[in-house]
Write a protein that binds this ligand. Structure first.
Ligand SMILES: [Fe+2]
Length: 152
């Protein structure tokens, strides 16, 4: 897989979500780069970080949708759940000694593009409105606290 560049077309219009999607893309690219050198320990570190970060990102997204009162939260959670199960399946295969890097990268890329452009765009307006409201209430700290909670 060649180097994957984030494009403005991937933006969901919410900076904090875009940043996390960019981070996932960066992990995928890193995995692609180090896979060439067959350094098993490095691959392991990035692979586990990528899977862990992706799962945290999905949980973070759900918390935002919940706070915003997004009406299709349950449906979106189901989509996340089936993807998390998929990631766990990759994790299991990896622990059993299978080389899953390439397949994981390809699948994650396809999933992310599709998810951003369809499912995530759907919650855009309600989540944006919720975040603007927090800002208006001078409650910007809410988002920072939430990021710390999910990513530390
Ligand atoms: Fe999502």
């Amino acid at each position: 897989m060649s180097y994957w560049k984030w494009e403005p077309a991937f933006s969901v219009g919410i900076a904090v979500i875009d940043d996390q999607h960019k981070r996932i893309i960066a992990y995928i690219n890193e995995l692609g780069t180090i896979s060439i050198y067959h350094d098993k320990e490095k691959v392991r570190t990035v692979l586990l970080a990528l899977m862990d970060y992706t799962v945290s990102h999905l949980a973070f997204e759900e918390r935002l949708m919940e706070e915003a009162g997004y009406p299709k939260l349950e449906a979106h959670k189901q989509i996340h759940l089936s993807f998390i199960e998929r990631i766990h399946f990759f994790q299991e295969r990896y622990e059993n000694g299978e080389d899953i890097s390439k397949q994981l990268m390809t699948e994650l890329q396809m999933w992310l593009i599709n998810h951003i452009q369809n499912d995530d765009t759907d919650y855009k307006e309600v989540v944006q409105a919720m975040l603007h409201k927090k800002e208006g209430q001078m409650n910007d700290g809410w988002l920072t606290t939430l990021i710390d909670k999910f990513f530390k």
